[in-house]
Design a protein around this ligand. Structure first.
Ligand SMILES: C[S@@+](CC[C@H](N)C(=O)[O-])C[C@H]1O[C@@H](n2cnc3c(N)ncnc32)[C@H](O)[C@@H]1O
Length: 272
């Protein structure tokens, strides 16, 4: 049921989802920061699984960098957009497969197939059932080669609470709904967003730590800009010199535990 709601939500997003990461400088922070850390830890070449890759923004960027990529996503409408964009970018030969499927069931792939695995932008968050979410983590690790880097970014719980304060305080009157995501991180859909598990950083870390993988880094993707889209966009537009310093400040601070905690999205980088 939850999966159906997620699929319905993303089917309706269409081109909006393709534009999500380049909508404005604030949203671009998620993309640029993710790319910064992908470039830092990816091997020089190889086959990457983009699991929950949606309309394929990372797939295309990585293919342009010379990687072979397999794109998998739950939502056929987004994969249709991905196919068009991949064709437009003329990188069809680098995108080896485009598959519809769920990250918690990757049996189409043998163990240790990929040189790197990415699961970005909250695809994991959209599995609300804890057991299924844990299964997805097992699957993402299973299909990665020994020593392959695995990058998973999720949606943060504390930033959501700030967003509720700023944009939808009336939700606090719905105690069941609000306490559900405040205390457990679980939101079951029905109020304008797809079902979602909002993570605390320690929760994500523990999920990987107990599987005995090596955690290399955790990163707050919007970092200190989190919950300040207007101010971030204004700085980018009005003061390019200060923006350069802010980006430098962001890279210096985005791995601080407190900054990860307040980020709208945060990412774990680990190796098997
Ligand atoms: C916010 S989008 C992120 C897309 C892309 N990774 C990015 O960062 O731009 C979330 C994506 O997760 C996908 N998704 C949600 N649940 C999924 C599941 N169980 N298996 C695979 N993909 C899933 C959705 O279809 C959607 O494309």
């Amino acid at each position: 049921m939850a999966k159906k709601l997620v699929k319905e939500y993303y089917s309706e997003q269409g081109v909006k989802e393709w534009r999500r990461l380049i909508r404005d400088p604030y949203h671009q922070l998620e993309f640029d920061t993710t790319m910064h850390f992908l470039k830092k830890y990816l091997p020089k070449n190889g086959l990457i699984l983009d699991a929950g890759g949606g309309p394929g923004r990372y797939t295309i960027e990585l293919a342009k960098l010379g990687y072979d990529v397999v794109l998998l996503d739950l939502t056929p409408e987004l994969l249709k957009i991905a196919k068009n964009r991949i064709k437009k970018a003329k990188i069809q030969d680098k995108v080896k497969q485009i598959l519809q499927g769920s990250i918690n069931e990757l049996s189409i792939f043998e163990n240790h197939k990929f040189d790197a695995v990415i699961c970005l932008g909250g695809a994991l968050s959209h599995i609300v059932n804890r057991k299924q979410r844990e299964k997805a983590i097992d699957e993402l690790l299973r299909v990665a080669k020994g020593n392959a880097p695995i990058f998973v970014s999720v949606i943060g719980r504390l930033a959501l609470l700030v967003t509720a304060l700023v944009h939808f305080p009336q939700e606090m009157e719905n105690k069941k709904l609000f306490r559900g995501y405040r205390d457990k991180g679980d939101y079951h859909g029905g109020y304008g967003f797809a079902p979602c598990h909002f993570y605390l950083p320690e929760e994500l870390r523990e999920s990987f730590e107990k599987r005995k993988v090596r955690i290399i880094e955790m990163v707050g993707l919007e970092g200190l800009s989190s919950s300040h889209p207007k101010e971030t966009n204004r700085l980018f537009k009005n003061n390019p010199k200060a923006w350069k310093v802010w980006w430098e400040t962001h890279l210096k601070t985005c791995t601080y535990p407190n900054v990860i905690g307040i980020s709208e999205h945060f990412m774990i980088v680990c190796k098997k």
